[in-house]
Design a protein around this ligand. Structure first.
Ligand code: ADP
Length: 522
């Protein structure tokens, strides 16, 4: 269940009615003092009555909302109503019930009493204005550290005001007179009520008055003082808050300058460290994301390329098989043989492609099966050159030779895979070298590594193609459609798996030099 609040929650009419009842209660209570106390007590009681009747609606009646003019009109209306209620309803009811001893016994005239009663409404309006100011102040000090610090200083001022007012009250001759009046009466209840009225109430009034005046006087200089004292700290905090807001908005380069060595400086340094870590983590995350995106893209490309590469030989095979089956009876044996030879060629191409893909996929997961052993580079290169040279000469008038020094040391490699590497490089060199050209294989020990080079005097590679030629399925502009673009990717994977490196240099129109290094077998 929602707890009903006491403050600022009732309708003005209810507030006025409650105030009237409270006034009547005070009138009734003071009427009982007649005959026991000094008439001066009734004068103080009149102030007390007006104070209570004014304060009660200040605390109880709900605060109007909306436009300030409407609010002012509302409060003035309630204040007027309160004054009227005090002058008319309260005194009339008090007269009728015979409780208006306050006004009868003190030596004021009725006009002075009415003025005091009317002032209740004015007091109400002023105090409600004070409540508004207090609320505004609270909002302000919650929003800005500067005002919060001013508030703390003002609290100290209020406390000392309170003390000063009390001390002032108790050392004035008034307090002694009041004490005399209080102790005059023999009735204990009357003595108690008199005591409250003539000492506590004026003391409270005095405290309120002094506090109000000193607050009004102290607030501006204190605000200025706080401003200067707290400005440095608040400015640093504001810079920090600005940096935090920028960071939240996505500016990960936002930092707060570290000033001084205090807690704020620690906070600034911590913020900067946190922002640094955050931006680093984000950069890492972005890199990871890019890598994953790249991997996914390369997988997609791979699948697309593989299916594309498989389609051509499979289609050729299917067409050859279909014609062979259709014309089985009529086809002369020589043509049948020719068709079977085409099929064998396509099957060889397919199985070569599948072998390459298999090796590359194993290399991807780091499971390329290699049998590393001492391999003599000289014989291996000579064998490859001997195998390719006659065909290169016959088909393209390209000379393939090897220039190898004596006593080449052995390398640590898988001899079958190394053979495959050299053959791939030689085939490419022959393929892209025009008739009359030359392909040379060189080998030498350089910086403790075996360096094997395949040089050709071919057409070379364009600068646009050069950075991509090691990529899978990449074919340069000079490549024919029968090539899958896997040869160099395979060379690179195999050499790197054997602990070596590959490189290429090429001048378009003049030739290319593919080189690889391998560790020696020590
Ligand atoms: P491909 O099967 O197309 O030969 P590779 O991976 O072996 O695939 O080569 C990739 C590309 O590199 C080729 O398409 C070609 O453009 C270029 N290339 C490779 N070797 C040579 C070379 N010796 N001379 C000129 N271009 C070459």
């Amino acid at each position: 269940m929602k707890r009903r609040s006491f403050l600022w929650c009732i309708h003005p009419l209810q507030g006025l009615a409650e105030s009237l009842l409270l006034g009547l209660f005070i009138l009734a209570a003071t009427a009982q003092l007649e005959g026991y106390v000094d008439p001066f007590v009734f004068q103080v009681a009149a102030f007390f009555l007006c104070g209570c009747c004014g304060m009660w609606p200040v605390l109880r009646i709900r605060l109007p909302q909306g436009d300030w003019r409407r609010q002012l009109a509302w409060e003035m209306g309630v204040g007027l109503g309160l004054s009227l209620m005090m002058v008319a309803a309260l005194t009339a009811a008090g007269d009728a019930l015979g409780w208006n001893v306050i006004w009868r016994l003190n030596n004021w005239d009725r006009a002075a009493c009415d003025a005091l009663l009317i002032c209740t409404g004015a007091g109400y309006v002023l105090t409600r204005g004070g409540v508004r100011l207090w609320q505004r102040w609270n909002v302000l000090r919650r929003q800005r550290l500067l005002w919060s610090l001013t508030h703390a200083q003002l609290t100290v001022v209020v406390f000392f005001d309170f003390l000063a007012a009390l001390i002032f009250f108790f050392i004035t001759p008034y307090s002694r007179t009041a004490y005399d009046i209080w102790t005059q009466t023999s009735n204990p209840v009357a003595a108690f009520v008199t005591g409250l009225l003539v000492t506590l109430f004026p003391a409270l009034m005095l405290v309120t008055l002094i506090t109000g005046i000193s607050l009004a006087v102290m607030l501006p200089p204190l605000a200025v003082l706080s401003y200067f004292v707290a400005r440095r700290t608040t400015r640093r905090l504001e810079t920090l808050a600005g940096a935090a807001a920028a960071l939240r908005a996505g500016d990960y380069s936002a930092r707060a300058p570290v000033e001084g060595e205090d807690e704020v400086a620690h906070l600034q340094a911590d913020f900067n460290a946190m922002a640094e870590k955050l931006s680093q983590a984000l950069a890492d995350l972005k890199r990871e994301r890019d890598t994953v995106a790249e991997v996914l893209q390369s997988r997609r490309d791979l699948v697309a390329n593989v299916s594309h590469e498989l389609r051509t030989p499979v289609a050729t095979l299917r067409a050859s098989i279909e014609t062979a089956l259709d014309q089985w009876e009529t086809l002369p044996p020589s043509e049948t043989r020719q068709k079977l030879a085409v099929m064998e060629g396509e099957i060889q191409r397919l199985s070569g492609l599948m072998d390459d893909l298999f090796v590359l996929s194993r290399a991807d997961v780091g499971q390329l099966p290699l049998t590393l052993a001492a391999v003599a580079v000289g014989p291996l290169v000579t064998q490859a050159v001997n195998a390719l040279a006659p065909l290169a000469w016959q088909t393209g008038r390209v000379t393939v030779t090897a220039e190898l020094p004596e006593n080449l040391p052995t390398v640590l490699a898988d001899s079958r895979r190394l053979q495959q590497v050299v053959v791939n490089l030689l085939r490419n060199a022959v393929r892209y070298t025009p008739p009359g050209g030359l392909v040379v294989v060189l080998a030498a020990v350089e910086n403790g590594l075996m360096r094997i080079e395949v040089r050709d005097t071919g057409e070379g590679i364009s600068p646009e193609d050069l950075p991509h030629i090691w990529e899978r399925f990449y074919r340069g502009e000079n490549a024919g459609t029968e090539n899958a673009g896997l040869g160099l990717a395979l060379v690179k994977e195999l050499v790197e798996a054997m602990g070596g490196q590959v490189a290429v240099e090429s001048i378009p129109g003049r030739g290319s030099c593919f080189s690889l290094t391998l560790p020696l077998n020590e």
